[in-house]
Design a binder for this molecule. Structure first.
Ligand code: SF4
Length: 452
């Protein structure tokens, strides 16, 4: 069979450039490529990179979807099904709320594809596709299959040096997909051998770990760090804010090549955090954590959520002041968004506070619910103002890192990605995106790439 694997176009937020939608390849699709037996052929089409080719031949289509591109995925499926080509859908949104999509696709893959993909292919070949494929009981980290890295077109993405060491998260924050019943329940870690093999295949000494939570199993992280150090890897990852309870781990991470961390602070109001089911965060520890990170030379990208239960119009400037005072290198702000299937969605739906069910607007830049302590307009305006103020020249200057070797990566992110991202991304028309990514890593971290 000729199997076409599709990543539908993702809507962008007002402040995003194409760097956002072409930051990294859809690893899930390249995992399907790796899972596909040799007798079949696979083609990956990413609509965020170039238009789809619905008239090109295919025997089966696989689509991966998140909440904000699910409507586009449904349209694409209709187009192929009209041509008599069966369509299988998977991805986090399908796994979270499969019942809503049984009519839109011929088959649904819920949870990881590793155990079911070959069965889907043989059923598609025999014309006996079932509606639901799901086999994830006791799914273990050793079953995670690495993406077909050699098939990823370098020139199409800013970073292709991405990989995971684990899946899931031990926490279940109410607004996160990890609180959905349909996703892997436990945090699982890959074998050291598989992780090191991926690092080998990526051929770079700069790696972006895209785990939900890189410290989901601290023992596992501790075992991995010396391996990264031995290979002279510079790396970035996302971690939960409870890392401040593990000072020695932070020091080891810095020693073993950690250059920046994405941290889910979300709010500086403890009551709001409690309302969001984010119990592992303790606001009183935040400053201590940022002091430790600044001292260790690890840059921080702070994740912030606006619109939580206790947030009012004063929250935006209070949060801004706190981030600027602590010289936080970058911030990614979100308007609270009830992703279908999450605990937050169930709570808001039963309370009747969701006002917009157009999922293409679930980008975390649209207010889709009635906030508790401000109007929807105040929430949206406050969020937009926050971005403008945080990335103003004045505040970029105030947040400038004290450590000299952080200045270049700090300026690259704040100026070329955030402040002038739209202009900078015009470069993608004249040079491959991966070259830009490698250039950024080289000047920021003195990282080198064999693929250059
Ligand atoms: S800590 Fe982060 S990844 Fe884990 S459940 Fe909470 S939001 Fe999700």
């Amino acid at each position: 069979m000729l199997i076409k694997l599709i990543h539908p176009a993702m809507p962008r937020r007002p402040m995003d450039s194409i760097f956002k939608t072409r930051m990294s390849p859809p690893l899930a699709l390249y995992t399907l490529v790796a899972l596909t037996p040799e007798e079949h052929q696979t083609v990956v089409e990413d609509e965020n990179v170039r238009p789809l080719r619905p008239d090109a031949p295919a025997d089966l289509v696989g689509i991966t979807a998140t909440v904000n591109n699910i409507d586009r995925a449904v349209c694409i499926a209709a187009e192929y099904r009209r041509r008599g080509i069966p369509v299988v859908a998977g991805g986090v949104h399908i796994s979270a709320v499969p019942d809503r999509y049984t009519a839109a696709f011929d088959a649904l893959c819920i949870g990881p594809a590793e155990r079911v993909w070959t069965q889907i292919l043989s059923d598609a070949e025999n014309g006996t596709l079932r509606k639901i494929y799901c086999d994830m009981d006791n799914f273990s980290g050793s079953e995670i299959v690495a993406p077909a890295y050699e098939r990823i077109p370098d020139r199409d993405y800013l970073y292709t040096n991405i990989m995971i060491t684990s899946k899931g998260c031990p926490f279940k924050c109410g607004f996160c997909y990890n609180s959905c019943p349909g996703v892997i329940r436990n945090h699982i870690t890959r074998s050291m051998e598989d992780i090191l093999s991926d690092i080998e295949r990526i051929q770079s000494n700069h790696i972006m770990f895209v785990d939900d939570n890189f410290i989901g199993d601290i023992g596992h992280t501790r075992r991995l760090l010396p391996e990264l150090k031995a290979r002279n890897i510079r790396w970035n990852a996302a971690v939960s804010a409870n890392i401040c309870e593990h000072e020695d781990l932070l020091a080891l991470m810095a020693e073993c090549g950690c250059r920046s961390l994405f941290i889910g602070f979300e709010s500086i109001n403890q009551q709001s955090l409690r309302g969001a089911g984010k119990f592992q965060n303790h606001v009183d520890d935040y400053n201590k954590l940022l002091d430790m990170l600044n001292a260790l030379g690890i840059m921080v990208n702070a994740s912030i959520v606006f619109g939580l239960d206790e947030d009012d119009v004063s929250t935006f400037d209070n949060t801004l002041d706190w981030l600027v005072q602590n010289r936080v290198a970058s911030a990614t702000a979100h308007i609270l968004t009830p992703y279908p299937g999450t605990r937050l969605y169930r709570k808001m739906e039963s309370g009747g506070s969701i006002i917009n069910f157009d999922y293409s607007r679930y980008t975390t830049s649209t207010v889709v619910f009635t906030p508790a302590k401000m109007t929807a307009d105040e929430l949206f305006d406050g969020y937009m103002q926050f971005y403008r103020k945080f990335y103003s020249f004045k505040n970029i200057w105030k947040r400038m890192p004290k450590s000299g070797n952080q200045v270049i990566p700090f300026l690259m992110f704040n100026l070329l990605y955030r402040k002038f991202g739209k202009a900078a991304s015009a470069l993608a028309r004249v040079m491959p995106l991966a070259s830009l990514g490698r250039f950024a890593a080289r000047v920021s971290y003195k990282a080198t790439f064999a693929k250059c």
